[in-house]
Design a protein around this ligand. Structure first.
Ligand code: ATP
Ligand code: MG
Length: 429
């Protein structure tokens, strides 16, 4: 127990973390170009927020939440998704009172009690965006384009958006009625979950993962919401698809697509890569803000799983294993040199030059090997000679060339090299 992590969780070791940071950096960079600002909300919220906000009939609320009582007998839940918390923060902090749209993004851990399997974790991580305050189809398209661009910049191949409309409170009841009419006679052949969905939220039957339920939907020619859209939803959907074409986002219409969460209205979409499960998904949620007690405010957003994206990236052979190289490795080649090495390291680091040294008493040869392992550009050798003459021997590991530089000039010497080679240290970016 003590040496085993809880089921469905992962340790990210050095090496893998770089992949995550790269993904987050790209996501933040795209957020900047689309003009979205970061929001950070608590990892746990009142259980009621998710019950109301995510929807009572969703898999998440029915069977996946990590709910617990705290010492003050409050029912709290580890957030299973990001939207409800962002919307709660939007209302609580009265962001609707600001003159501009709220265009927000987040990255962080989410928790769902699921059966762990490939690409499915109990603690997983999502990146996502939300735009609150506009119904315009242009905003749906901006959010879809954002997602497509991010996934493409990440390096995923063949990403496409599958787009649908799930209607609004005007067309959904019509659709619901039509669904029930078609499916009631064959209800006993549906799985247990879908039998209950038929009563509570028949649209969600389209989301069932049992092939037999999908076959029944085809057999009875179950109506799609697209076939039942009201005029306003129809013209919104047409505008979205036209604009998607206009901006060149790769998409297909998938009229059977429904999202796991109850709060979606109108546009719903998923980003898929052929041969893989969904990498990200999103939709419009015009009722959610009011649903949790804020003023009637339309919203649209999407979220994707970091683990899922990195898995697909790896399987497509596009994972980038990059490790930021070290500029200087200080080789302590004389027993007396340790103090000078410590001082030198401090000067280098303060000047923004990444540097490290040996602390284990390795011989010079072993230190050179260590410098190689960490992909150091230069080894700065401090031996007996150098100590005596107040110099440092600088070995360029790429060329093997070695020069002698005065101790008090070493920082500016390396800074010059760094600038002229165009290398910018990560912490200066
Ligand atoms: P699924 O049908 O695969 O269960 P979902 O509809 O529950 O997906 P969303 O709630 O839409 O998923 O979450 C958006 C994204 O978050 C998913 O497309 C996926 O990339 C990721 N995701 C969801 N659940 C998990 C999980 N348990 N582990 C890892 N990633 C997940
Ligand atoms: Mg799920």
């Amino acid at each position: 127990m003590l040496t085993q992590r809880p089921r469905g969780t992962a340790d990210l070791l050095p090496g893998e973390v770089e992949q995550w940071k790269r993904l987050e950096d790209i996501f933040r960079a795209v957020s900047r170009t689309y003009h979205y600002q970061e929001i950070r909300t608590p990892v746990f919220e009142h259980t009621e927020l998710f019950a109301r906000g995510v929807g009572e009939t969703t898999d998440i609320v029915e069977k996946e939440m990590y709910t617990f009582e705290d010492r003050g007998n409050r029912s709290l839940t580890l957030r299973p998704e990001g939207t409800a918390g962002v919307v709660r923060a939007y209302v609580e902090n009265k962001l609707y009172g600001l003159p501009d749209l709220a265009k927000l993004y987040y990255v962080g851990p989410m928790f769902r009690y699921e059966k762990p399997q490939k690409g499915r974790w109990r603690q997983f991580h999502q990146y996502g965006v939300e735009v609150l305050g506009s119904e315009a189809p242009e905003v749906d398209v901006e959010v879809i384009a954002f997602g497509a661009e991010f996934l493409t910049k990440l390096g995923l191949k063949d990403v496409q958006a599958e787009v649908n409309s799930v209607g609004c409170s005007e067309c959904r009841p019509r659709h619901r009625e039509a669904m029930v009419e078609k499916l009631r006679p064959v209800a006993d052949r549906l799985c247990k979950d879908c039998q209950s969905r038929l009563d509570r939220n028949p649209l969600r039957i389209f989301d069932c993962k049992n092939e037999s339920c999908q076959a029944i939907l085809r057999e009875v020619e179950a109506p799609t919401v697209l076939q039942c859209l009201c005029d306003a939803c129809q013209s919104h959907f047409s505008a979205v698809t036209e604009l998607l074409q206009e901006v060149g986002v790769r998409f297909v219409i998938n009229d059977r697509l429904v999202r796991g969460l109850d709060y979606y209205t109108r546009t719903a979409w998923e980003f898929t890569v052929p041969g893989y499960s969904t990498v990200a998904g999103g939709g419009r949620y015009n009722g959610l803000v009011a649903q949790i007690g804020g003023p009637e405010t339309p919203g649209v957003g999407f979220a994707g799983g970091i683990e899922r994206a990195l898995l697909v990236l790896q399987e497509q052979g596009a994972a980038v294993t990059e490790r930021s190289p070290l500029t200087a490795y200080v080789a302590v080649a004389d027993a007396q040199a340790s103090q000078t090495a410590t001082k030198l390291l401090q000067e280098l680091r303060c000047a923004g030059i990444s540097a490290d040294r040996d602390y284990q008493g390795k011989g010079l040869k072993a230190q050179l090997k260590a410098a190689d392992r960490v992909q150091a550009k230069y080894v700065l050798i401090l031996g007996e000679e150098e100590l005596k003459s107040g110099t440092v021997s600088v070995k360029d590991l790429a060329t093997g060339e070695q020069v002698t530089v005065a101790r008090n000039e070493i920082v500016s010497y390396l800074s010059d090299l760094q600038n002229s080679s165009g290398v910018v240290e990560h912490d200066q970016m």
